[in-house]
Design a protein around this ligand. Structure first.
Ligand SMILES: [Cu+2]
Length: 328
């Protein structure tokens, strides 16, 4: 009881001191984090979605650092100021925070505001123009300007892209056990084991599968979309500067799932156009044997199985000429 009366004036003083220590440490912590750590936080800044993701991680960390320090400051302050040094085994006899209105109200208000802010921030980050780089299904709720037009045109071989055109570039990602291949409808629909995309361009990844469920994960581009058979899962991103990225399958898809990865490249617009037109010409004979460009393929029905299935009893074997000529 005597403690209570002396503390009733002292509490405000302690709270103020703790708050000052906490604010100073938090500012120092956040500044150090933003200088030394934030620029290196994955997945980097190779694309607009990657940069957004890095920003989101950094915002979360800059909110979390003061929370962590708040706990540490309160704990350390209590131990140092209120620890009974004469009798180490005695219970701590600090000011009661339990009935302190200021402490209680600020705790509830601060945590509520923090959580609500992060919820609003997270929702906004997902709804921004290019979304969060996640697969948004066949009919994305939020698509970049011009995306729908490019996608429609791609299906009939009418989509165009050239350096400086600012057009959306549709790229198809085809997953199958156990590799990814890529078709470029804007360049005659050729198929490549290499994923190369131009810098400063909005890419519409159209992700599908020929067999089981895979997941296309272009890590440094911060694009991740499930590859489901019979489904065209669309994910957008806007590339920034040239650079390399890794593609991994991120859905357990069978025994060689772990080796289902390759590397991709963001190249300058001129280099990309050069690669695409050269490959289109070099692959022309093979491209003619591929199933017509479509958003999804049905193995064993439109020849998208690479001849993997037994053709003998296959009613569709005449069209099953994916990748190589059918023996007659
Ligand atoms: Cu897979």
């Amino acid at each position: 009881m005597t403690n209570q009366s002396t503390n009733s004036t002292g509490q405000v003083h302690h709270l103020r001191r703790m708050t000052i220590i906490w604010v100073v440490l938090s500012v120092v912590g956040d500044v150090l984090f933003s200088i030394f750590v934030a620029p290196h936080v994955p997945p980097g800044r190779l694309s607009e979605t990657a940069a957004n993701n890095q920003n989101t991680f950094n915002v979360l960390m800059e909110m979390a650092i003061p929370v962590l320090l708040g706990v540490w400051v309160y704990l350390s302050y209590s131990l140092i100021v209120w620890g009974d040094k004469r009798n180490a085994s005695a219970a701590f006899s600090g000011a009661a925070a339990r009935t302190n209105k200021t402490a209680q109200v600020s705790w509830i208000v601060i945590t509520s505001v923090t959580i609500l802010f992060l919820a609003a921030y997270g929702s906004f980050a997902v709804i921004t123009e290019h979304g969060s780089g996640g697969g948004e299904g066949p009919n994305p709720a939020w698509a970049p300007a011009g995306a729908l037009k490019a996608e429609t045109a791609a299906l009939v071989g009418k989509a165009t892209w050239s350096p400086g055109s600012k057009n959306v570039l549709p790229v198809q990602v085809i997953g199958q056990q156990w590799k990814f291949t890529y078709r470029y409808p804007t360049f005659g629909g050729f198929e490549s084991p290499q994923l190369i995309v131009p810098a400063d361009t909005t890419i519409a990844f159209n992700v599908t599968s020929l067999d089981v469920i895979h997941s296309f994960w272009a890590y440094q581009l911060d694009v991740k979309a499930d590859a489901n058979p019979g489904v065209n899962d669309v994910a957008f991103t806007e590339t920034k500067n040239p650079g390399n990225f890794i593609v991994r399958c991120s859905e357990l898809c069978g025994i060689w799932h772990g080796s289902m990865y390759n590397s991709g490249k963001v190249e300058s617009q001129a280099d990309f156009e050069n690669w695409a037109t050269t490959t289109e010409a070099a692959n022309a004979a093979n491209t003619a044997l591929l199933p017509a460009f479509a958003w999804t393929y049905t193995p064993d029905a439109n020849g998208a199985d690479g001849g993997y299935y037994n053709d003998t009893n296959d009613p569709y074997s005449t069209v099953e000429t994916y990748g190589s000529k059918q023996p007659s």
